[in-house]
Ligand binder design. Structure first.
Ligand SMILES: Nc1ncnc2c1ncn2[C@@H]1O[C@H](COP(=O)(O)OP(=O)(O)OP(=O)(O)O)[C@@H](O)[C@H]1O
Ligand SMILES: [Mg+2]
Length: 502
């Protein structure tokens, strides 16, 4: 077929104990967005790392515009016109913007011109390619994730790039940043570039995708024109079975009040009203990014400075939680949205990562019962369907979504009384989401109280018994079961509707 930019044929790649890719083939046309979808651990990122020269395939070949190429490292990939925007961005954080754009590409003429000229060119490149204004001398580590992504895109485009790969680019972006990125992708497409787009947010495909390829367990399943398929069909192909229910049907038994916080404040704009959680209840926290949900919970658990008016836990007034450790001891556990900062100990194995916060449960007089810790870890691996080759495997070798599941297992292992989930299904595929929801339901069944912070509105609606809506650091509404509904939540979150609270 004409205008085929890239072909990957019969790609096979094994890691010790894992068959990551098995005879996988697909192609990319110029001027298209080709989406790549599949469950956590399906092999999407591995395939893209092969294209970028990070890994060498065991078998298979790569053709660029019909010519066979070998790509030994990322700088060769860039020379061939291939750029990648990973979630774990490969920008050099300690360099400034200019050096990132020109890294490995400083032509002789640039050595002759002064730094100022180089900076001016950087400014121009950023403006022309991605419509962004940043100081060329700014250190990349001071920039937001969205800005770093833009620098990556500008780098590829300014070198006459032909292909850009996006691997879950929107997971940490705000709505506005996401829209900007989508516009840039549309522009690249118009210029005839080929785009490979990986996401677990299938609704993004509606706006972007021309074709979509489904992979499962490292194998090629099917390629379709996006117009000829539906997200339901894609999900069924991804998980290899019919998925009809997105949220498990569950009869919840809600009991007495177990947590009552009178108010949470800080010196900034956080001034959250009452928070009540009952036994077995799932309380949703809705709001736009920046509404203060994460901030207030961090103050509550003692991770950040601020004031908390009276905490009553199981009918007993307890003193202000001074730090995260105290908070875990009291039975309140917070699972952060920030996967990296949450301290998944990357070099440690999976068993240790799961047990690390709950060692007390498995110890007697300071001695850890390894067998018990092991059994606990296996139980979560099984329940959450974490794809691993063994408990001894290092956490850093897991796919992104599977790392997230290990973090979930770690916090659930603490046997908390109150569990605060902050964006628990970020980067998790649809099938696994269902498993996580089931587990959250089981936790509620066991009498735990659950707070669910989520920007995924259907998730908040599908799971919560009651919802607090926050806006600009304040409680603007408390909705009971009958009032939990998308447009209702959005109207409070954006300030169109008011309940006269907070
Ligand atoms: N360097 C490595 N060493 C060992 N195993 C690896 C390595 N890189 C990836 N794997 C394994 O290969 C499989 C595919 O992982 P990959 O990261 O490609 O999945 P993915 O489709 O991107 O998943 P996700 O949606 O969770 O990001 C997983 O089982 C993963 O644990
Ligand atoms: Mg991945």
């Amino acid at each position: 077929m004409e205008n085929i930019l890239l072909e990957m044929k019969g790609i096979t790649k094994s890691f010790p104990g894992v068959h990551a890719l098995d005879n996988f083939s697909f192609n990319l046309r110029s001027g298209e967005v080709h989406a790549l979808v599949g469950e956590n651990g399906a092999g999407k990122s591995t395939l893209m790392k092969i294209l970028y020269g990070v890994y060498t395939p065991d078998e298979g070949e790569i053709l660029m515009e019909g010519k066979r190429v070998t790509i030994k490292n990322p700088s060769e990939a860039l020379k061939l016109g291939i750029g990648e925007v990973f979630q774990e961005l490969n920008v050099c954080l300690q360099l400034d913007v200019t050096n990132n754009i020109f890294i490995g590409n400083l032509k002789t003429k640039h050595h002759l011109v002064d730094d100022n000229a180089l900076r001016e060119e950087t400014r121009k490149i950023l403006r022309d390619t991605v419509g962004m204004d940043v100081e060329p001398t700014a250190l990349v580590r001071t920039l937001s994730i969205a800005q770093r992504q833009m620098i990556e895109i500008a780098k590829v485009v300014s070198r006459g790039g032909k292909i850009v790969v996006f691997d879950e680019p929107t997971t940490s972006l705000t709505k506005e940043e996401t829209n900007h990125l989508i516009n840039i992708i549309k522009k690249l497409k118009k210029q005839g570039m080929g785009i490979i787009y990986i996401t677990h947010r299938l609704e993004e495909l509606t706006i972007l995708a021309d074709r979509v390829t489904v992979m499962r367990d490292g194998k090629y399943i099917r390629t379709m024109d996006y117009a000829d398929t539906t997200n339901e069909e894609l999900v069924n192909l991804m998980v290899g079975r019919e998925m009809t229910e997105k949220y498990p049907v569950y009869q919840r038994k809600i009991g007495e009040e177990i947590l009552h916080v009178k108010g949470i404040r800080d010196k900034g704009n956080i001034n959250i009203g009452e928070i009540v959680v009952r036994k077995g209840e799932i309380v949703g926290m809705a709001g736009l990014v920046g509404a203060g949900r994460t901030e207030s919970m961090r103050i509550l658990i003692g991770a950040d400075k601020g004031e908390v008016d009276e905490i009553v836990l199981f009918g007993k007034k307890i003193s202000r939680l001074q730090n995260v450790h105290k908070s875990i001891e009291s039975g309140i556990v917070y699972m952060t949205e920030d996967r990296k900062a949450d301290g998944l100990a990357l070099p440690l194995n999976i068993e240790k990562n799961i047990s690390i916060a709950s060692l007390k449960r498995f110890s007697k007089r300071g001695i850890v019962n390894a067998k018990k810790a092991d059994e606990n870890a296996w139980e979560y691996v099984k329940n959450l369907k974490i794809k691993i080759s063994g408990l001894e495997q290092e956490a850093k070798l897991l796919s992104g979504g599977n790392q997230q599941k290990v973090i979930l297992a770690k916090w659930m292992s603490c046997n908390p009384k109150i569990l605060i989930f902050d964006e628990p299904t970020k980067g998790i595929d649809v099938g696994a989401k269902y498993e996580i929801y089931k587990l959250i339901n089981e936790l509620s069944d066991a009498g735990m109280g659950i707070i669910l912070i989520s920007s995924d509105l259907p998730e908040v609606i599908g799971m919560s018994d009651r919802v607090y809506v926050y806006r600009e650091g304040r409680t603007v509404a408390e909705l009971d079961q009958t009032e939990i509904e998308a447009s209702n939540i959005m109207q409070y979150a954006t300030g169109i509707k008011k309940q006269g609270k907070g």
